[in-house]
Design a protein around this ligand. Structure first.
Ligand code: B4P
Length: 189
């Protein structure tokens, strides 16, 4: 299956994608992890990306799309893929549709993980990554509202959006996600 996880910062996209990757046995593609790895490796792309993610801004579409296109062309993605944090803009969603159409592999499902703002701040304060300070999280939420939320409508029109309550324990959220995936696998869906 090809599944996208979308949601505000700290919604649990990465947490749930890790679990689902093991459950479904498919590749986990996290653009956040890929950009941080490129930064740690000291590449030009990593330096460019860091100048955005360190201040809570989205990395430009063409940079992220390039990274994903390269990863998607690798053989292990053929059997399925979990997109964690990608796409984050409508332009990225259109680019992903085009890449998948070229490979004859449509997107099966988009799981929107929903949590209230107060919980975003609580979760990220206890994680403490460099981009988890209060001002940067506010900016990340702002970017989510203006650039990522319009994705819901984009995927709703395609009939593949499923909203999942992201509050409660990671186990409870995972059970909800497995349920929407099972439903999506049924022939009538
Ligand atoms: P990401 O790495 O995707 O970061 P995130 O939104 O904070 O992560 P996530 O929702 O996965 O939270 P997690 O499970 O870790 O992006 C970082 C930055 O990279 C972005 O701001 C942007 O600048 C850039 N970027 C990435 N992709 C991009 C793209 N496509 N385009 C442009 N820019 C891009 O959970 C967070 C915390 O909550 C953890 O501590 C976890 O343990 C905890 N948690 C999770 N589930 C919980 C639960 N149910 N209960 C309690 N705590 C929970």
């Amino acid at each position: 299956m090809r599944i996208v996880f979308v949601g505000p910062p700290g919604a649990g996209k990465g947490t749930q994608a890790q679990r689902l990757k093991d459950h479904l046995g498919v590749v986990h593609l996290s653009t956040g992890d890929m950009l941080r790895e490129a930064h740690q490796a000291g590449t030009d792309l990593g330096r460019q990306a860091a100048s955005y993610f360190q201040v809570g801004k989205l990395v430009p579409d063409q940079v992220v799309v390039g990274v994903v296109a390269e990863r998607l062309s690798q053989a292990d993605c053929v059997d399925g893929c979990l997109f964690d944090g990608f796409p984050r803009t409508v332009a990225q969603a259109k680019a992903l549709d085009a890449m998948l159409a070229e490979q004859g592999m449509p997107l099966d499902l988009v799981v929107a993980i929903e949590i209230p703002h107060e919980e975003v701040f609580q979760r990220l304060a206890s994680r403490g990554r460099p981009d988890d300070d209060l001002a940067t999280v506010r900016e990340r939420l702002e970017q989510f509202h203006s650039l990522t939320e319009p994705l819901a409508q984009y995927y709703e029109r395609q009939g593949i959006l499923r909203r999942v309550n992201g509050t409660g324990s990671p186990e409870q959220v995972f059970e909800r996600i497995k349920r929407v995936i099972e439903l999506a696998k049924q022939p009538s869906n």
